[in-house]
Design a protein around this ligand. Sequence first.
Ligand SMILES: Cc1ncc(COP(=O)(O)O)c(C=O)c1O
Length: 424
Amino acid sequence: MTNDHEPFPLELFAPGTTLEGDELVLGGCRASAIARAVGTPALVMDEAALRERARRYREGLAARWADSGVVWASKSLPVTAIYRTLAEEGLGVDVAGGGELVMALRAGVDPAAIVVHGNAKTDAELDLALEAGVGLVVIDNRDDLARLEARAPRGQRVLVRVRPDVAAATHEAMATGGEGSKFGLSLEAAEGVIAELRASRTLVLEGLHVHVGSQICETEPFTRAVEAVGQLGEFSTYDLGGGLGARYTLDTVVPGVEAYLDALTVAARAALPAGARLLIEPGRSIVAEAACTLYSVVTVKEGARRPLVAVDGGMGDNLEVSLYGQAFDATLANRVGRGEPVTLVGRHCESGDELIASVGLRDPRVGDLVAVPVTGAYCLTMANNYNGALRPPIVLVREGHARVVQRRETYEDLVRRDVDEPVL
Ligand SMILES: Cc1ncc(COP(=O)(O)O)c(C=O)c1O
């Protein structure tokens, strides 16, 4: 390997990311200082970038459709401090499970601003949501309807999730709007549920919900979904879901937030009643680009095609690669730049534990820091204890200050739930 290198484009990192000499500076904090303070792997979130992204969505939608709201899809980064930060920016929250609901409430999110989803909500989760007084429950199936009728307080507001038969061009595991999806009701089945809801003395049908998938990099599937729900009659609320893609690599082309909002509201103007309330539920496109993961290089060895650089994380903290084939880019954080291509692999006992098949790192050596940008969405969400790995901390950086808002797991955490209790 040589020391010749090209510059690494910082545009994949959060705006405001800079260099001090050869070193990456995140939110005003040197990467090496963050790594020394909290260890690696660590998810580092630029708080200003996160807030800015939330504002762009909220103000952008309000400018185009006055009666509107942005509901953050919290599955993308369910951490109490992130719920709190985005609530401070005026976003509502979508939860898809009891645990997400508990975190949202713990963060102080107004229950009226919470939308509850799920294709298989349990009785216990519904009870928790109703007890908390959540604003909207999304009915995904007939059993939801029956369960809610039996337990909801009079006046509980609901939406009906519609499967619009729109197949978005994304990984099949991230597509939710097509015919084969497990989510929502076909247009025909939705009509039946809508009729039943209109006769309900308990539930108040506010409107419809639609979500066609995640990491969608064109606007057309979103506009087709709006057209589809427009066929079901007039309602007072339409929740148009999330799904806008994030720019993971330099060659990923994604519509900007404004282009996406333009497309959505133009379609809504044509297909939906003018007085309706519009909600959207972005997750990935709010949090992904504001964060990166810092790793340490543990070993470098020859590989069949190119050198193998192994770091102290991998599929334990980033399942996006193995689940969805998501492409990422990376640079050394302490020697930023492009060098000879290497394969960046993780530390888990699994051949598929490869973070990037080919990436130009600048003369990587043991002890170097690697920064993988655009890891804010779904990485921490799906972090796991494979090989007894400890789930990483999340660090918020801003104006030269860094604070841990969720600590790294400890070995003690791994055995904390061990018991030996007779149950039958
Ligand atoms: C119902 C619903 N809303 C919103 C989202 C958020 O999607 P994304 O993170 O791609 O914006 C999801 C995730 O797939 C979802 O299932």
